[in-house]
Design a protein around this ligand. Sequence first.
Ligand SMILES: [Zn+2]
Length: 447
Amino acid sequence: MPPSTQSADPHRSDVPDPSAASAGGDPSSRRTGPEHAGPVRPSADRPEPGSAASNSAVPDRAASERTEPDRPDPRPGSQRPSSQRGDPASVDPGALGPDRLEQVRLQASAAIATAGDLDELAALRTLHLDGRGAPLALARRALGALPPPERAEAGRRHNAATAAIRAAYEARLAELTAERDARVLVEERVDVTLPGTRRPLGARHPLSALSDHLVDVFVAMGYEVAEGPEAEHDWFNFEALNLGPDHPARSSHDTLYVDPVGSGLLLRTHTSPVQIRTLLSRPLPVYVVCPGRTYRNDAVDATHSPVFGQLEGLAVDEGITMADLRGTLEVFAQALFGSGLATRLRPSYFPFTEPSAELDVACFACRGEPARQPCRVCSDEGWIEVGGCGMVDPNVLVACGVDPARYSGFAFGMGLERAAMIRHDVHEIRDFVDGDVRFGLSFGTGN
Ligand SMILES: [Zn+2]
């Protein structure tokens, strides 16, 4: 473009400008002015102030607030307004020419057709189609600068070019999307026939499972769960339970005492001290079940262990009788070994209950029928010894501040290992403390 030697300098204010009022005002009013009616056919690139407007016929443009006079139409009287968007540089009516639009279409289509991936395609869409700086967008802005007779045709050309580029975009989008989907299908393919990565499951300890099962049975009958310390004071473990310091039954407990000597502490030999603590701490009536670990100085063999689990129950209320004990134990025994099994109470002795009894339940394996014997479960006895029970000795109630004239109660207890061994035909009590997960797994992973 030749540098202008004419008077198109937009900054020149000494040039009269008959259209100055409209040039700086509403663009539409300028477009409709007679001096703007002519076609605009410049094909120059971005015009620069003072150089683009070489037509001296339009000196009035110089005073326009629009500082970028585009190349004016060479025909007399034709003049187009400057940009309507505030960026005169982007308005290039020549961009709407068939050749230019075709060039834009070819460039855009070629670029789009070679887009390597969806990201690149998206960038090309902005660059060629949708972006503010896209050639099509720039050309569209110039539409308004055309004289009305030419606008329709230019608009159609523009639309056609836009549609063609959009079609190229859509086609490439479909191709790339299909390629990506196919690639994802391959890359993320899962062979469902392959063996999975199995995480080995642990197992609940069979004693915990059994204890929880029995506790559930009592909770269903309205009992609460009570627990106490395993390092217990002599008074709770023995004296309050009617086992004075010189009581001969103490010797059968093979107690493990806790240092220092004279501290009065020992490892509880049964869960019965929890009954004492319960009576001392809870308001009457009391219905509690007490599961827990207990300790005795026993040598380990197939049926003895220095640590073993017990589960005890205690009910103290007004009017409690042996019949209540019997009915409760029947539910308990059947929860342990199955329904429909008979129970019996054999007279026995415990220091803390009076009267006392041993609870037996009919053998679930042979049910006492000689035809089904010999029976390994009950050694042909027909009965399985489950635990001890009795009516709470009044001395125990007194020790706990309970009036035996008003209240009575029953208590029962059992060894969890023995019950589990009978229930599951386990022959070695040591299996319960060995910690071999395969032993626990044989009982299942749940209850
Ligand atoms: Zn049997």
